[in-house]
Design a protein around this ligand. Structure first.
Ligand code: FMN
Length: 184
């Protein structure tokens, strides 16, 4: 299979400030349509209006944000998508999905998704190593969620230090996505 319809869920991690480069890389590589979901926290970190210029689809900001194509967005968006990528994924959204909490559009869409859900964590090193976070990641992997993390340690945006919990670069992310298509 190919990825022609990609739903990207942006949560409130500092990595969201770089989301434009990731969207461009994904769109250029897969020549795909992209719809976006943003959490309330994500909207405080990156201006939602700026993202509309980087996608051909729509931006959904809350559970009741419906349009004629996606009347019930938490159901119809993942139904439309070949994959849902949560990029960047906070410790909070990871925890919510791992524990069956569906209290906003992104966590509910992830729960309702029949398509593969790919999670790209972005937390600081202490958060990432926290037992609760590691427990949640392990549980999600066992439940079939796919994690994309940098080979080795990634570079933390704020400090430029190498840590676990940083995101892969846009190029590394699409390379790993391409690898997943080959092995699907
Ligand atoms: C400037 C700023 C940067 C943040 N960066 C991160 C981060 O990189 N990773 C993370 O897990 N949480 C981060 N947080 C905390 C989350 O925004 C917070 O846990 C929030 O509840 C996440 O909500 P969401 O998962 O619905 O987006 C940050 C908060 C602020 C104010």
């Amino acid at each position: 299979m190919d990825y022609k319809k990609i739903l990207v869920g942006i949560s409130g991690s500092i990595g969201a400030v770089e989301i434009h480069s990731y969207l461009t890389e994904i769109q250029n590589t897969f020549n795909c349509s992209i719809n976006l979901i943003m959490t309330e926290s994500a909207k405080k970190i990156v201006n939602p209006d700026s993202l509309k210029y980087f996608i051909d689809g729509h931006l959904f900001e809350n559970m009741f944000d419906s349009n004629s194509d996606f009347k019930i967005p938490h159901v119809h968006l993942p139904n439309w998508a070949d994959i849902l990528i949560i990029l960047p994924a906070t410790a909070n959204i990871i925890g919510k999905i791992a524990n069956g909490i569906a209290d906003d559009l992104l966590s509910t869409a992830a729960m309702a998704a029949a398509c593969p859900v790919i999670i790209v964590p972005n937390t600081n090193g202490h958060m990432y190593n926290r037992r609760a976070v590691q427990r949640n990641i392990k549980a999600l992997k066992e439940d079939g969620y796919i994690f994309i993390e940098p080979e080795g340690e990634g570079v933390q945006l704020s400090t430029k230090k190498k840590i676990k919990g940083a995101m892969p670069s846009p190029k590394e992310l699409v390379t790993q996505l391409e690898g997943m298509i080959l092995h699907a």
